[in-house]
Design a protein around this ligand. Structure first.
Ligand SMILES: *Cc1c(COP(=O)(O)O)cnc(C)c1O
Length: 384
């Protein structure tokens, strides 16, 4: 008997995206141009911010955000061990020294109190990651920023539609990077964007993200454009393309509907997983979860260390899963380079050891959720 495979993630794309991308290609303007500018404006309008720079990835946004803040060699940047490599790699590529602080056990987000303990005279910035789509405690981080004169860079790869009170993540006056990678809540295949607060020059970030050239191809190759340009600094090749932006504009129109669907699926998971030896994702009072991940943890007191076996059972039953994240302190490069090891960040280590990300994306049905919940329940009963 063959079981139907339920993937862990599937982008919500179809004919509308095909049409928009086709039109962009057939316009014969296929890299950064009018559609990218339009996407930047549409995203800025949705968030209620004045400047968004569209880029090739969130990683590019984190890197440019650090550079535009003047962070480099000799500076320390504090971040979380419970994140994707990109967060720490951006700090390293900026030439700065990454410092880790442990997480809050309920949300998986960087703990403001533990960050405060590792601040030194060399600390210049904190890179806050909004884990899974639940915003970090930005009131505490912004307070730390103001008291200590630090820069906050927000890795909002999971948090395009996350809210704190009635405000979207990305509107707190910090450089905030979003991801439009294939698995994220809004996708352009590959892509990202950086929210640039009024205190930072967005034009400088656009220049830094496109070879450091004072005039980009759009200005140069348009009718009436001029051939002369100047390289002001050795920049990077981090721009979004109009083909990506065409898809992004369609996705942005669908974002509210996609988010509503994610929230309904998450509510169904909560209902169906109730009573199992699991720690279900929290939504702190006053926060709006973006449900990028449906991240559960085994109650290991009750189940023992059976996370890997449970994943195996789900795999055999045709259910895709993922784990977010293998802590930064477990990977060979960072261990070698910075001396971290498993055990250094006990809250993140325990979170990781018990964690499973269940399938969650708009095209899933309620029956898909029930199937995952039933299979997970069977596995826990059998293994427990
Ligand atoms: C996906 C992800 C990134 C990287 O996003 P890209 O757009 O692929 O560069 C960074 N941080 C976190 C937490 C992510 O999940």
């Amino acid at each position: 008997m063959s079981v139907k495979f339920l993937p862990y993630n599937e982008p919500e794309v179809g004919e509308d995206e095909v049409r928009a991308v086709s039109e962009a290609i057939l316009s014969r303007w296929i890299t950064r141009g009018a559609l990218t500018a339009q996407f930047e404006q549409a995203l800025a309008a949705r968030l209620g911010v004045s400047e968004v720079v569209a880029l090739s990835s969130c990683t590019a946004g984190l890197h440019l955000g650090l550079l535009a803040s003047g962070i480099g060699p000799g500076d320390e940047v504090i971040t979380t061990p419970l994140t994707f490599a990109a967060s720490v790699n951006a700090i390293i590529h900026a030439g700065a020294h990454p410092v880790l602080a442990d997480i809050d056990p309920d949300t998986g987000n960087l703990s403001p109190a533990l960050v405060e303990r590792v601040v030194t005279p060399k600390t210049r910035a904190v890179m806050v990651v909004h884990y899974g789509g639940h915003a970090a405690d930005m009131a505490a981080f912004n307070d730390l920023r103001d008291r200590r004169g630090l820069t906050i860079i927000e890795d909002a790869a999971h948090a395009l539609a996350s809210r704190i009170g009635d405000r979207w993540v990305g509107t707190d006056g910090n450089l905030t990077a979003f991801s439009f990678y294939a698995t994220k809540n809004l996708t352009t295949g590959e892509g990202g964007a950086l929210v640039v607060p009024d205190s930072v020059d967005a034009e400088r970030i656009r220049v830094l993200g496109l070879h450091g050239m004072s005039r980009n191809a759009w200005n140069r190759y348009q009718n009436g454009g001029h051939w002369r340009y100047d390289v002001e600094m050795p920049g990077f090749k981090y721009n979004m393309t109009d083909v990506d932006a065409a898809m992004g504009l369609v996705q942005l129109d669908k974002l509210d509907a996609m988010q509503e669907r994610r929230a309904r699926l998450a509510a169904r998971y909560r209902e169906r997983l109730q009573g199992l030896p699991l720690v279900l994702p929290v939504e702190r009072t006053g926060y709006g979860h973006a449900w990028h991940l449906y991240s559960v943890r085994l109650d290991v007191q009750a189940t023992g260390d059976i996370r890997d076996q449970v994943i195996e059972d789900l795999t055999i039953a045709g259910i895709g899963t993922s784990v977010h994240f293998i802590p930064i302190s477990h990977h060979s490069y960072y261990r070698r380079q910075f001396g971290w090891k498993p055990g250094d960040f006990p809250v993140a280590d325990a979170f990781f050891a018990a964690q499973i990300s269940l399938p969650l994306y708009p095209s899933m049905t309620m029956e898909d959720v029930d199937r995952v919940a039933d299979t997970l329940g069977q596995s826990l009963r059998r293994r427990g």
